[in-house]
Design a protein around this ligand. Structure first.
Ligand code: TA6
Length: 297
């Protein structure tokens, strides 16, 4: 059952639907507990700043705000596949969700914490892709002193479906060379830069070159410390994969929407269900994947 049409005039005073960069519609949240920007293009969260704190998400200064391209930074939504599509080499990397126009279907401010819900459902465009299934996705961004992201996918078709998903979070760091990711020690990972070889680290993830790791059946909690004294903790629900990525110098220089020197200021720690952790839903079933970000200065 599709939700009742949402009346943008019913928005709380802390939520504004405006025209953002590139003329793309953006939901701007200015709540007592935190502020954020959420583009309808891709349901793309481009910024979150807890009240009295520093921005937690990284956004490239070279990002292209156009419907033809995913925004670089923030939290892209990868759905219904991760990376290249194995059935269709011409399909967009990381699926169609981050290239789609989502609709605003809900917004509420509860004591300064603001929740905004966007919706995407199958369409003639999605039904001609390598994943042609009937579905509804609801994405709720809850902006406060902490940030909660929750992606609920419902199978609206008559058959079971399997999909991959990732909340591809770009976190701002003081210097990637002084940054470490804890919580994944001892967990096996696929090294995407070494033919998907299976490796294990007994120490926190540290960075001295391009790093691209897929942890399957991964722990539910990680944390990022960047040498500046700030720690960002990531607690997940319904997620069994974690991806850790920094492009380093050469790959950063190869991306038109990524500044050549920006690689030092970001790390991706992605909350996901990919490869053998892909989600399988029977007809009418739903699945929610969530993450909770807390910044501890
Ligand atoms: O999450 C890591 C990754 O799969 C990397 O391999 C790199 O491709 C990154 O995602 C960014 O992908 P994008 O399609 O957004 O340029």
């Amino acid at each position: 059952m599709s939700p009742a049409p949402f009346d943008p005039a019913a928005l709380p005073a802390s939520v504004h639907l405006e025209t953002g960069r590139g003329g793309l519609p953006v939901v701007r949240v200015v709540g007592r507990q935190g502020s954020a920007e959420l583009y309808l293009h891709g349901a793309h969260l481009t910024s979150w700043t807890p009240a009295g704190g520093l921005p937690v998400l990284w956004l490239s200064a070279a990002s292209l705000f156009t419907e033809a391209k995913a925004i670089r930074g923030g939290v892209p939504i990868c759905f219904p596949w991760f990376g290249a599509n194995p059935l269709d080499p011409a399909a967009p990397a990381h699926g169609f969700a981050r290239l789609s126009a989502w609709e605003l279907v809900g917004a509420r401010d509860e004591d300064g914490t603001v929740a905004v819900t966007l919706r995407l459902a199958d369409s003639p465009a999605t039904r001609t892709t390598a994943w042609p299934h009937r579905f509804e996705a609801l994405y709720t961004v809850t902006v406060g002193a902490r940030l909660t992201l929750a992606l609920t996918v419902t199978n609206r078709g008559p058959d079971a479906v399997t999909f991959e998903e990732a909340l591809h979070s770009y976190l701002a760091v003081d210097d990637i060379r002084a940054t470490e990711v804890t919580g994944l020690e001892g967990a096996p990972y696929l090294d995407q830069l070494a033919g998907m070889s299976v490796e294990t680290d007994t120490v926190p993830v540290r960075f001295s070159a391009e790093t691209d790791r897929i942890y399957l059946d991964s722990p539910a909690a990680t944390a990022v410390t960047d040498g500046s004294g700030r720690t960002v903790s990531i607690a997940t629900g319904g997620s069994h994969s974690t991806i850790v990525w920094n492009p380093w110098i050469v790959k950063a220089g190869s991306m038109v929407d990524f500044g050549d020197d920006e690689w030092t200021g970001m790390v991706c720690v992605e909350t996901a269900n990919v490869r053998t952790d892909a989600v399988r839903l029977g007809p009418g079933q739903s699945h929610t994947m969530s993450l909770l970000l807390s910044a501890i200065a």
